[in-house]
Design a protein around this ligand. Structure first.
Ligand code: KG4
Ligand code: ZN
Length: 334
């Protein structure tokens, strides 16, 4: 069993990232170049600017990741890339770079699903026991995914409107906090002395779906009410109330689904998995239930290429390769 190296590229949104991973899970380098500073003044990601920034940085980040890994290009055995979902212009930059590299090095190309990447980020920190349930919470996705066996995904619940991260960012914006607002709302919720009670959208009793737009509207309504009456906005108490509502709904539904499907492990992933309150509550609930839980460290929760390598590794091992006409797909399904 000689060592093998996968090089992975992730450009689905506003992070240009390249990683080199040995034997599927040993991260030799994971370079992430964030465009957040560029997009911040627009209050969100501007797709055209994102594509252009990826073009500007991809070769530099590629060289950096290879150098940092301490491997020569000839030691790379396959090139993996995020095929979708995401911003199509942004995805294209990564896909074109991956194809060129695979062609130049004469190695296989492996297209990877972005959410499979978030889920399999957990492979980098521990062994996954099947069946497992993944709670995927990011800026673009909020899903409960049942993993019946390796590489077999079944979405058992999803958001019907905003993704959790999106709701965090919108609430943050209403409170005049900088983009992306998730970490700021998280910090304020912890600093708060009290909470403004906000609604929880449980939906139908049997449903594992989510809805956060009503909660977001409740925050906006409270801000408007205070403004109309000339009262100060209780930003900390609102942040705490918002965070409590989100955490309550996602953890209760995740634990209920874990029981119903009899899973052996829970996996938390996606950018919002960086949330301190969510990590703490889920850890507590899983301990009580005796259910093993994996949560990647912060750097592997937000978009990065090492997680793409971790997902691509399953395809590498089963020889599931793509041809050079692989297409970037904005709406790729899991
Ligand atoms: O996974 P990610 O990097 O990008 C997507 O694929 O969407 O997730 C980014 C999202 C943003 O909405 C950001 O506000 C949110 O994750 N986020 C947080 C925290 N850190 C990042 N949300 C709540 N609490 C945090 N600590
Ligand atoms: Zn993501």
């Amino acid at each position: 069993n000689s060592p093998y190296h996968l090089l992975a590229i992730e450009t689905s949104c506003d992070e240009t990232s390249v990683a080199v991973v040995r034997n599927g899970t040993e991260v030799l380098s994971n370079v992430v170049s964030s465009q957040i500073d560029t997009h911040r003044r627009f209050g969100g990601v501007v797709p055209e600017i994102a594509s252009r920034k990826h073009v500007e940085s991809i070769t530099v980040i590629l060289e950096e990741a290879i150098a940092e890994a301490g491997v020569s290009p000839e030691q790379i055995d396959a090139v993996a890339v995020t095929q979708g979902p995401g911003l199509v212009g942004a995805l294209l930059v990564g896909v074109v770079a991956a194809k060129s590299l695979a062609l130049a090095l004469d190695v296989p190309l492996i297209g990877t699903h972005h959410i499979a990447g978030h889920i399999y980020a957990n492979r980098l920190i521990g062994e996954i026991r099947y069946p497992a349930l993944a709670l995927v919470v990011s800026g673009g996705h909020t899903e409960l995914v049942l993993l019946e066996s390796e590489g077999r995904f079944r979405i058992v619940g999803r958001t019907r409107d905003d993704a959790v991260g999106e709701a965090y960012d919108k609430v943050a914006r209403a409170l005049s906090l900088p983009y992306p607002g998730g970490p700021h709302v998280d910090r304020m919720a912890h600093e708060a002395e009290d909470a403004i009670e906000l609604p929880r959208a449980w939906l139908e009793p049997e449903s594992y779906d989510f809805s956060f737009s009503g909660l977001k509207s409740a925050v906006l309504a409270e801000i408007n009410r205070a403004n109309m009456k000339g009262e100060p906005i209780r930003a900390h108490a609102l942040a705490r109330g918002f965070q409590e509502s989100v955490i309550d709904v996602v953890t209760v539904k995740a634990m209920r689904a874990a029981r119903e499907y009899g899973v052996r492990q829970l996996l938390l992933c996606g950018g919002v998995a960086a949330n301190k309150g969510l990590r703490a509550r889920l850890t507590e609930l899983c301990e009580e239930a005796g259910l093993p839980l994996l949560i990647p460290p912060h750097s592997l929760c937000t978009d990065n290429a090492a997680m793409i390598a971790a997902a691509a590794d399953l395809k590498w091992r089963s020889g599931e390769f793509d041809t050079l006409d692989l297409k970037a797909e904005a709406q790729l399904s899991l």
